[in-house]
Design a protein around this ligand. Sequence first.
Ligand SMILES: Nc1nc2c(c(=O)[nH]1)N[C@H]1C(S)=C(S)[C@@H](COP(=O)(O)O)O[C@H]1N2
Ligand SMILES: [Mo]
Length: 297
Amino acid sequence: MHLPPHQKLAAPGKWPVVGEKAPRVVDLSPWSVTVHGLVAERRTFGQEELLNLPQLTQTHDIHCVTRWSKLGVTFTGILLADLLALCGGPLPDAKFVSFVARSDREHSTSLVLTEALELGCLIAFTADGAPLEEVHGGPVRVITPKRYFYKSVKWLERIELLTEDRLGYWEDEIGYHNHADPWREERYIAANTNPKTLERALATRDFSGLDLRGVELQGRDLTGLKAVDAKLRDAHFEGANLTDADFTRANLSNAHLENANCSRVKFTNSDLEGAAFENAILTDADLTGASLFGTTF
Ligand SMILES: Nc1nc2c(c(=O)[nH]1)N[C@H]1C(S)=C(S)[C@@H](COP(=O)(O)O)O[C@H]1N2
Ligand SMILES: [Mo]
């Protein structure tokens, strides 16, 4: 038996339901999956058409971030790679794939396109020999092998290829880790923080006084962030937009701010020892009283 760290087996024969319970109810149009964005040919596949494509059978382990696992589930479906090939393949600028659900909140998740292809993302119709139950994403869901299960969108409606990443629902709202490798326990973007606390902090852009050591916020828009007295040692802000943020007295030792936009940021009396600012924009940033031993610019 092979379980990633801190996972437990679900009870035998049990498959818990997590997240949304049903697709968009008011929608009576026939089911279809549209492939669009940076793909050679935009195409919409009806349910019959999809089911008639050559399918393969694969066995995968499910690892939910809430710590249950279910090993050896057999799925049939179409490889993402094969579906994209039917659309003439990705365009050269396509770097990310976003899977979007036919659900009330247009639930989505995203992956680096090359990783999604390497992992063998499956557009799946059956599980253990039976059509997927609606609560589990039937008639068609994504199965992303070797990632926490939140990378496997239920009720797939759109596959969009993008140049820039678009964070998924859980990744954006709850701070689930965008890479989601269960073997590396990539559960939350701040390992030490309760996800609800993090969710609230991100929603209000108020980190004041919080301990968010090691938080991973690469590329995020954090304009106007309040982070007075925040503990942000080893935090990742590479490429983030931090314009007008306030890090007064914050601990940013060894934090990563490469390529970040730090225009008008207040670093007043903050600890920036060992922090990295290579290629960051520091126009009108205030470094008064900051400790700068080993800071690199
Ligand atoms: N459309 C949609 N897909 C989703 C979710 C959701 O809320 N909506 N939740 C995700 C999460 S967090 C998990 S763990 C799995 C759960 O799938 P299951 O309910 O079939 O176990 O679906 C993922 N895909
Ligand atoms: Mo999950």
